[in-house]
Design a protein around this ligand. Structure first.
Ligand SMILES: Cc1cc2nc3c(=O)[nH]c(=O)nc-3n(C[C@H](O)[C@H](O)[C@H](O)COP(=O)(O)O)c2cc1C
Length: 225
């Protein structure tokens, strides 16, 4: 069985990134069935922010070197740390079980939404993705597809080309976890504000082309999953 972990992180009721990620997910489910599909809407059902107890447990685990999630309970001190671990472990297990991770995300203030960042901070528990014997990443071979929506445009040659801290951040984050560059794909729907902001109305054709290209790229990516 193949597993898809689908995360959405837009706080909008009418979200372009959510529509696009669902295009991927629906096609994937038609191909692979429901059994391996796991969905989290991180905006509607937020992951709690990490706490001092989470950090204390993480530091203790780091001092022990590579500790697999199975051995973390032996290092937990007190009920608060136990609750933090109980919140964290299912997220780690979902990520480890996934063959493909699909992330739908809006650009907020040139980067990711706080709800996605909360998931990242919690799920990135020390040592959780390292093989305890070799230290190699357990996420080597995991595929990650990130589908974003942006109000503006950030492609090469645009005035705001250097303002995109969303793709570079997520690219660094996932490759640092061990995901291979060739297993990481980004799809962007840009200029989504053109249909709302009167001053940007002349850019609606750009937005329409970007959306059509995003849909085509998703169809292509899911066909290869
Ligand atoms: C809090 C907030 C911050 C935003 N910041 C940016 C930004 O920095 N750059 C940008 O191009 N668009 C920005 N936008 C516009 C969104 O990126 C755009 O509406 C996009 O379509 C959101 O994705 P969604 O449709 O999936 O919700 C922002 C929107 C919100 C609500």
């Amino acid at each position: 069985m193949t597993n898809l972990l689908h995360l959405d992180s837009s706080h909008s009721g009418d979200s372009v990134s959510r529509r696009l990620s669902s295009l991927f997910a629906e096609t994937w489910r038609e191909r692979h069935g429901e059994a391996g599909y796991r969905y989290r809407n991180l905006a509607a059902d937020p992951v709690p922010l990490i706490s001092p107890a989470y950090c204390a447990l993480g530091r203790r685990v780091e001092r022990h070197g590579y500790v697999s999630p199975a051995k973390v309970p032996s290092l937990v001190e007190g009920a608060t740390e136990g609750r933090e671990w109980a919140l964290t472990l299912p997220l780690i297990e979902e990520l480890l079980a996934a063959d493909t991770v699909l992330v739908g995300g809006p650009m907020y203030n040139f980067s990711v939404s706080a709800s996605l960042k909360a998931w990242i901070d919690r799920v990135t528990f020390p040592g959780a993705y390292a093989d305890p014997d070799s230290g190699e990443s357990l996420l080597r071979g995991t595929r990650v597809v990130v589908v974003t929506a942006r109000g503006g445009a950030y492609g090469p040659g645009t005035p705001r080309e250097g303002f995109d801290f969303q793709e570079p951040y997520l690219r660094t984050y996932f490759t640092n976890l061990g995901v291979a560059e060739e297993d990481l794909a980004f799809v962007h729907a840009e200029m989504t504000l053109a249909s709302l902001v009167p001053d940007l109305a002349h850019l609606q054709p750009v937005a329409e082309r970007s959306l059509a290209a995003a849909r085509a790229a998703i169809t292509d990516l899911v066909a290869r999953s």
